[in-house]
Every structure is written in structure tokens, then in C-alpha cells.
Write a protein that binds this ligand. Sequence first.
Ligand code: SF4
Ligand code: SF4
Length: 183
Amino acid sequence: MDYINQKFENQKEYICCSKGCALCCKTIGIPFSKLEFEYLIEGYNRLDDTTKNIVNNKIKKLINNEIEKECPFLINNICSVYKYRGIICRTFGLLTFSNDNGKEEYNIPFCAHKGLNYANVYNSEMNKISEERVKELGYSEEPKFYALDRSLLFNLKLVKDLGLDFGESKRLIDWLKEFSEKN
Ligand code: SF4
Ligand code: SF4
């Protein structure tokens, strides 16, 4: 996923993601396509039995409570299937832009409120990035909003060239329900 990594590289002055920081994995309703979910399960299948059991228990709890409080693959604040995580997981923390049916949306990572990514240049009162702060603090790169809407990613030339079909998309919890019923 060099395409997304390049964006993080460009914005590195504003990014403070690090191992053990996992607030972004505690959000709800993470969408996964069929292809992404199958890849995630490939990662799950490679886990050792102890880790698998921990994940299985978390999945069970999640399904029984019907509340998606945190991703069940998160163990001790570390993603147990990091290499196999979904596209949206890979974009957590960037400024993003989407244009769904002509409706433009600019998203600031929620962790800016928590003093993390872009916090130094985030104006919480106006919920926007402060150009003045960017100049004042002398950053070399401007903060950029990237068009990382999942449907845009699915339509990348590379994806088309490879003929990848992402299939149906739904919430991670819904995929996990199906997965549990079959296993
Ligand atoms: S798959 Fe990994 S990165 Fe994605 S939400 Fe779950 S724990 Fe976080
Ligand atoms: S996106 Fe925010 S919450 Fe997630 S790892 Fe990066 S800094 Fe932490």
C-alpha cells in the first residue's frame, strides 16, 4: 500500500502514530469489503492458538453485546493482524476528503482532539486546520486532505489493472457474525 504510505510520509510532521496508540481501533462500524475481510481472516488463520483464542473470545463478546466498542483483533493496544488489516485501518490518522454524490466532506482525524495527529494545527473551536498555526510553527509541508474515500481506492488504476473485485462491503461486526456462524 505504497499509495497510502506516501501520504503519511508527506504529512509526517503532523503524524504521531506509534505502536501502542490505538484509539483509532476503538471506533465503531469499520467497513470492510469481502476481499479485505478474506485477507484479514488470512491473518487470523496465521495467529498462534493462544492469540486466536483471545480473538475468538473478543469476537464472541462483541457479537453477544451487539456493541462494537473496539476491534476484536486489537490485543494490548496492538493490532494482531497488522499486515492483513483493512484499507480504512491504513488511512486512520490522515486528513481525508470524500465526494459522495456531489456532497463534499473534509475529515479531520478524531485523535486531533486528543492531542495527537494534527493537534498542533487544529482549531477545535472552529473544527478546522489553522493555516496561521501552520505558518507560525514553520512546518515545511502544508496539511493536505487526501481523497482516500474507499470507493476511490477501489477504483485505482492498479486495482483495475490487477482486476481485483472487492465484493460486497459491510461492517466488520456483520462479517464476524457470518464468520462465527460458519466456524
Ligand atoms: S484490524 Fe487492526 S488496525 Fe484495523 S481496526 Fe482492527 S486492530 Fe485496528
Ligand atoms: S491515528 Fe491517531 S489514534 Fe490512531 S495510531 Fe495514529 S495517532 Fe494514534
